[in-house]
Design a protein around this ligand. Structure first.
Ligand code: FAD
Ligand code: SF4
Ligand code: SF4
Ligand code: SF4
Length: 482
């Protein structure tokens, strides 16, 4: 079930389909697919295959006829109109615990921590403090799971990265780090759902993938039995495959020659955000490393963003048994080795962390959940505060929008109109123009997008100026610097 080249949503000629029943018509063709691949993984008839779309996204295509009455793919799709909300899924899984607390963006939780792994090179290889790999490794070593479904380097022409089931500790350590590259979980879901192959799995994923997985676990008892833990990554948004092509081109490696990429090569000097992008060509040549500070606007302005992310309101993977994120807090971001922040929701994981600290496997301390929220304030503003504005903007244009926990909000739209419309324009232009201009006319491409993003840059500068003017200590620091 590898990735096929094609256009998401296009039906092989001559094939009929009932438009009301499956995800290609209801989700993909409406531009609401995040490319998670859950639908393709659960389809009992293997009717869906994940394909690379011309705009750099991945999405399912229909390759067979659907029996009447089957709507399984719609049921498990995280953007399906009838799918349960994160609140309801989390309540089913964690709501019966008497100790469960609730925070409106984090959802249900038991404890929150900050720390890093002391085992081997977890922290050096990890995106943050290496604690996600630490917990996955602990689950395997304790025999609580037989394999971990995580994202490692891919093979062949299907993509640079793939979801795979690994039981080997070295392979698990090799999968550490963040991949800002859309990866379908379809094959791994099909594997976990295979008849007569009983095994217990832990799955690591972005909030949308885990929401889809939990919907699938509700629908399919076999998956429910086999997936014993799900670990989430906090998610701002996902840029599509063209993001990697673009950065690789800047670093001197044209798209067709790209073999692998690292997004967060740690500098181990300065601050935690001092990491670099580095691409490697098929002939082994290493591209020029690009400091994140030079490309942070590509990320924050939403270049190449998958459209579905515009309508996603789950910041903290609310259905995950534990969620991991960066410690974007002044007290931790001075340390270039990185810290992980962790929200724990499954009570069985707390003793594992406690024993890890006692045995010297990790350094952890409790952190109030308010600090967790503070660390992601920018993401929360974008995914929660601005969601209503984006829903309003999309409805105004006659675009389909998914059913979310927010409703279209004309007032917020008017307040943030310039920001919202500029972000939409950048997403569209960055994906639409790359196949035409880049990488041949890289300079023209970059200049056009830079011009397009000027309103965002001006907005950021005026926000910063206002913050400095409002805070005497910041003002003093600014005057001293000048
Ligand atoms: C697209 C994306 C957006 C993110 N946005 C934010 C954000 O806004 N704020 C924030 O604080 N953190 C964000 N993160 C999470 C952050 O980058 C780290 O992954 C997290 O802090 C865990 O670090 P760690 O050192 O504990 O994990 P590690 O020890 O590095 O382990 C990470 C695990 O995640 C898996 N993984 C890597 N990439 C993916 C992927 N694309 N899909 C599924 N699994 C993957 C790896 O296989 C590995 O098992 C994002 C991550 C991704 C992939
Ligand atoms: S899950 Fe059912 S409705 Fe969906 S593609 Fe497969 S057969 Fe068709
Ligand atoms: S389940 Fe995932 S891949 Fe399938 S249509 Fe929905 S969002 Fe897209
Ligand atoms: S923003 Fe939401 S939809 Fe987009 S990748 Fe992250 S979790 Fe998935």
């Amino acid at each position: 079930m590898g990735l096929k080249l094609g256009v998401g949503g296009v039906l092989p000629s001559g094939m009929k389909m009932d438009k009301s029943r499956q995800v290609v018509a209801d989700i993909v063709e409406r531009g609401l697919c995040c490319g998670c691949g859950i639908c393709a993984g659960v389809c009992p008839n293997r009717n869906l295959e994940m394909a690379l779309c011309g705009n750099g996204d991945i999405a399912p295509i229909l390759v067979g006829e659907c029996p009447s009455g089957c709507q399984l793919c719609m049921q498990v799709c995280p953007f399906g109109p009838q799918s349960k909300s994160e609140d309801r899924l989390a309540k089913t899984r964690f709501g019966c615990s008497e100790e469960a607390k609730f925070e409106k963006t984090v959802g249900l939780y038991l404890e929150s921590f900050v720390g890093y792994s002391l085992v081997s090179d977890h922290r050096a290889r990890g995106a943050s403090g290496g604690m996600a790999t630490w917990l996955l490794e602990s689950l395997v070593r304790r025999g609580l799971v037989d394999a971990v479904v995580c994202v490692g380097e891919g093979k062949g022409n299907d993509g640079l990265f793939e979801y795979k089931a690994v039981a080997d500790i070295e392979a698990l350590r090799g999968a550490a780090g963040s991949r800002y590259y859309p990866v379908s979980v379809a094959e791994a879901v099909a594997l976990m759902n295979e008849k007569f192959k009983e095994a217990r799995y832990a799955v690591v994923g972005l909030p949308c993938v885990l929401k889809g997985l939990h919907l699938a676990m509700e629908a399919l008892p076999r998956l429910r039995r086999r997936i014993v833990y799900t670990l989430g990554l906090t998610c701002g948004h996902m840029p599509n495959r063209l993001y990697t092509e673009y950065l690789a081109s800047i670093s001197g490696i044209p798209p067709g020659h790209l073999a692998s990429a690292k997004y967060r090569l740690k500098e181990n000097t300065g601050r935690a955000g001092n990491f670099k992008f580095q691409a490697v060509a098929k002939n082994g040549c290493v591209g020029v490393a690009i400091p994140f500070s030079k490309i942070s606007n590509i990320w924050s302005d939403g270049y190449f963003q998958v459209n579905a992310c515009n309508y996603c309101d789950d910041v903290f993977a609310e259905v995950a048994d534990a969620t991991f994120m960066d410690a974007w807090l002044p007290e931790y971001s001075h340390d270039p080795q990185g810290h992980s922040l962790i929200v724990v929701r499954h009570s069985a994981l707390i003793p594992i962390f406690d024993e890890g600290v006692r045995a010297g496997g990790c350094h952890l301390k409790s952190l109030p959940v308010s600090k967790i929220v503070e660390s992601q304030s920018g993401v929360i503003e974008n995914k929660r505060t601005l969601l209503g504005a984006r829903l309003h903007a999309a409805s105004k244009r006659g675009c389909h929008v998914p059913v979310k926990r927010s409703v279209p909000d004309a007032y917020t739209y008017r307040r943030f109109r310039r920001k919202v419309e500029t972000q939409f324009a950048i997403q569209e232009a960055s994906k639409g123009l790359w196949p035409i201009l880049g990488p041949r006319y890289l300079f023209a491409y970059r200049l056009y997008l830079w011009t397009l993003s000027l309103p965002l840059k001006l907005g950021r500068t005026s926000d910063r100026a206002l913050r400095v003017l409002k805070s005497p200590s910041l003002l003093l620091r600014f005057i001293r610097r000048v």
